[in-house]
Ligand binder design. Structure first.
Ligand SMILES: O=C(O)CCC(=O)C(=O)O
Length: 258
């Protein structure tokens, strides 16, 4: 398994930070940053890379404060606003077009726990392709996975993008349902996700920016007054960031174009 030290790192205060983030996103689908000391710096970095999407839980500038909220204990879609664990997942898995980019920055770390959990969908895909090809075919079958509540998204965990690459869409909590042929594989999938998880301790001003159709993100449960900021959006067209990832193994027949 890879380590956080293997991922590209950038200091947002460096004059060439935007170019280096882009380079990290292109080569690894992720960049770890430091020097994101305030909302304005984060917004500025985000605006140089993406068109920011506003969201049900965001402020009007598109920034979402991830901290415990008193009314958040009643529903799983609000788990982000509790002190509970969030298993690695795709942001916006229930919508037709999830945001392509997610940026998360730490303004105040937890007292204990609250460690970020990152999974490279490409490593996950390659591992499954090498060891469990039948499971990969099932995970790639159209209409085999449903994410969300009433008006969620019916699709597959691995899907081919219009560029012939692979995009991942996954969550493994109560808001995910799988076709009967996949149900027996889900415990194994959960184990593989856990094995591929890269733990990252974000300190004040540290964060990550990732391609949401390649990387899964989550966190462990925590205590204390943890405070994070999240921004989501889509790459500016001038940056031409390719979708998803290019797997080491050939896609299964369900994903091949005819
Ligand atoms: O709190 C975190 O570190 C991550 C939050 C998250 O995964 C989310 O809001 O979807």
């Amino acid at each position: 398994m890879r380590d956080v030290a293997d991922l590209p790192h950038v200091d947002l205060r460096d004059p060439d930070s935007a170019a280096r983030i882009l380079s990290g996103l292109t080569t690894h689908g992720i960049t770890i940053f430091q020097g994101g000391i305030g909302r304005e710096e984060l917004l500025c970095a985000a605006q140089s890379l993406i068109t920011i999407r506003t969201h049900r839980d965001s402020d009007s500038d598109g920034v979402t404060t991830i901290a415990q909220r008193p009314a958040a204990n009643d529903g799983t879609s609000l788990t982000g606003f509790t002190d509970r664990e969030l298993r690695p997942h795709t942001e916006g898995s229930a919508v037709c077009r999830p945001p392509r980019v997610l940026m998360l920055a730490c303004l105040r770390p937890a007292q204990t726990g609250g460690r970020s959990q990152l999974v490279d969908g490409r490593d996950l895909y390659d591992k499954i392709a090498r060891t469990e090809p039948a499971m990969l075919a099932a995970l790639s079958k159209p209409r085999s996975a449903y994410f969300g509540r009433g008006s969620g998204h019916l699709g597959a965990v691995f899907q081919q993008t219009t560029e012939g690459r692979i995009a991942v869409r996954l969550r493994l909590d109560e808001l995910a349902r799988f076709s009967p042929m996949l149900v027996s594989s889900i415990d194994r999938l959960r184990t593989l996700v856990q094995q591929q998880t890269i733990p990252v301790d974000l300190r004040e001003g540290h964060g990550y920016i990732l391609l949401n159709d390649r990387w899964l993100h989550g966190r462990t449960r925590f205590t204390g007054n943890r405070l994070m900021l999240r921004i989501i959006g889509d790459p500016l067209s001038t940056h031409a960031l390719p979708t998803g990832f290019c797997p080491a193994e050939a896609p299964p027949p369900a994903l091949r174009r005819t």
